[in-house]
Ligand binder design. Structure first.
Ligand code: DGP
Length: 115
């Protein structure tokens, strides 16, 4: 755990969040600034700064995070209407919290390309 990392502190229960799902490798909670009716963040319990810092040893974990995003989307009723899983990587792509996270957005029509 990184003491000055917001998402490490949410994972540790030191900062409150609306937890949607958790298991031994990941935690999913609602985004504080939702960009869609459903906006959930799926984060690894382990501190990894960004997708760019993930290595071969993290391959199974990365797959797990995507499967959790799909599971949460399914449980929240978005399978038929569709949803989006996004990983902003680096400040230039909009990453503001440097603990790897998958955004899962659903509940409205989503445009492409994203801004
Ligand atoms: P990104 O910009 O891709 O790094 O996404 C970070 C997201 O984290 C952003 O959508 C807002 C969300 N966020 C920031 N601070 C908090 C917080 O304290 N609690 C929760 N639940 N979400 C947060």
């Amino acid at each position: 755990m990184e003491n000055n990392c917001l998402f490490c502190r949410i994972v540790a229960g030191e900062i409150a969040a609306e937890i949607i799902y958790s298991d031994e490798r990941s935690v999913a909670f609602r985004d504080i600034n939702p960009q869609a009716p459903t906006h959930v963040l799926v984060v690894p319990r382990e501190h990894i700064e960004s997708l760019d810092d993930a290595t071969q040893k993290d391959e199974a974990l990365l797959g797990h995070l995507l499967r959790v995003a799909a599971r949460v989307a399914n449980e929240m009723g978005h399978s038929e209407s569709g949803y989006r899983a996004v990983i902003n990587t680096g400040a230039g792509a909009g990453q503001s919290v440097f603990h790897l996270h998958v955004h899962m957005l659903g509940g409205r029509a989503l445009e492409w390309p994203p801004g």
